[in-house]
Ligand binder design. Structure first.
Ligand code: ZN
Length: 403
């Protein structure tokens, strides 16, 4: 039997309309009920009822402000959302971050913890991730907020149902991280999701970064691995299986150093942070398992600042390799801006000039201009912030917290 389209039931229409009003206020607050009605095409009585519902759920609140136009003064509405928080966790080879934001996108928590990613088995790593998640949840609950959801960002290929298919820099294959974290949190009443770190970080960059709102933006993670998160024509590029942007594994030098993926001369084997440290600080090689590379990065910065010729030469070479990778992305996708994140941020003064030089040299039609390359203004934890932002997106799409 063929089934045609079914009429949407009343609850669906109501949820959709609540989401329409919520999204409008997110974009235009402070605003009045009359403005919402005029902009959305919903009638005024419907808007009043929807707003009353959203106020009851404490997603909106009335401000003391009123707008005086002709007729009655209008009470202005803003997002409330203070009773809620969304949590993002970012997994790197050498550290974990946790970020929580409220419904208006204000950060309410930001933690960084060192983490021996490569020395941990997937089960040990999942335990550490879940432990950090549990502490973040407890902190949020202690502040009398409800958790709307938790999303974990991982540097690897992640299936839509939260299985990490492969994460070379963590040594993981087929790890059902969503299930493990969900169980470790005691099957909480909120959704737990897992996604690729670069996919999440580019969302944070496009919302809270210096080029917020850009329709064509690429974010490069600058960690042990290098991944690209891509917003193209205003939409996150997800690909067929959710695995786009694996720029870290394009071949820069077939005779180059071995990569964790099993090949040779991949971009991240040359320009990933462990590769940079190995070049600039050869004496620290073999110091043991990777846990929080920040002190080594600080030392690289110190040597570059003091014009150490070996350090400057190494950063110039790394920058050229990075520029080759960036120019492939730029020629394929024509972005407005390519944002370098993670450990690339403190190294940007030395990496950006060679990256820009390569980009100019490889640009098709240089006289037409091209992509800018900049360092992120978001701190470590862009992927964690993006993870929390995806939770808010679900609310904006109509999955409202229950009363
Ligand atoms: Zn590789």
């Amino acid at each position: 039997m063929q089934r045609g389209p079914q009429p949407a039931d009343f609850a669906d229409v109501r949820a959709t309309n609540l989401a329409v009003v919520l999204r409008y206020v997110r974009g235009h607050a402070p605003c009045s009920r009359a403005e919402i009605a005029a902009a959305t095409g919903l009638n005024k009585a419907t808007v009043s009822s929807l707003v009353a519902d959203l106020i009851e759920r404490r997603l909106l609140r009335e401000t003391g402000l009123t707008e005086h136009r002709i007729g009655r003064p209008a009470t202005m509405l803003v997002l409330d959302g203070s009773p809620y928080a969304a949590i993002g966790i970012e997994v790197n080879a050498d550290y974990l971050t946790a970020v929580a934001i409220d419904l208006a996108g204000q950060q309410v928590l930001s933690w960084r913890r060192s983490f021996a990613g490569l020395a941990s088995s997937p089960a040990q790593a999942a335990t550490a991730i879940a432990a950090l998640g549990r502490r973040a949840v407890n902190r949020v609950l202690k502040e009398d907020r409800r958790v709307l959801g938790l999303t974990v960002g991982v540097p690897g290929l992640v299936s839509p149902d939260g299985v990490v298919i492969m994460a070379p820099n963590l040594g993981w294959r087929d790890v059902n991280l969503r299930d493990i974290v969900n169980r470790a949190l005691g099957e909480p009443g909120f959704p737990v999701a897992v996604d690729n770190d670069a996919n999440l970080a580019v969302l944070a960059e496009s919302r809270y970064g210096a080029f917020a709102g850009s329709q064509n933006l690429i974010y490069l993670t600058g960690e042990v691995g290098i991944g690209a998160g891509i917003i193209s024509d205003g939409r996150p590029l997800r690909g067929h299986r959710g695995f786009p942007g694996e720029i870290g594994h394009i071949t820069i030098d077939p005779q180059g150093p071995p990569c964790a993926c099993g090949r040779r001369g991949c971009l991240e084997a040359i320009a990933g942070i462990t590769a940079i440290i190995a070049r600039v600080l050869p004496e620290v090689a073999g110091d043991g398992d990777i846990t929080d590379l920040q002190p080594e990065v600080d030392e690289v910065v110190r040597r570059a600042r003091s014009n150490d010729p070996a350090a400057l030469h190494a950063l110039e070479e790394v920058g050229r390799a990075l520029g080759q990778g960036v120019s492939i992305l730029a020629n394929l996708l024509d972005p407005e801006v390519v944002v370098l994140g993670g450990y690339f941020v403190p190294l940007a003064p030395w990496l950006l000039p060679p990256v820009e030089a390569e980009l100019r040299a490889r640009r098709i039609g240089p006289e037409e201009g091209g992509a800018q390359v900049v360092a992120s203004i978001l701190d470590h934890g862009a992927a964690a912030t993006g993870g929390a932002a995806t939770v808010l997106d679900h609310v904006d799409a109509g999955r409202l917290p229950r009363l």
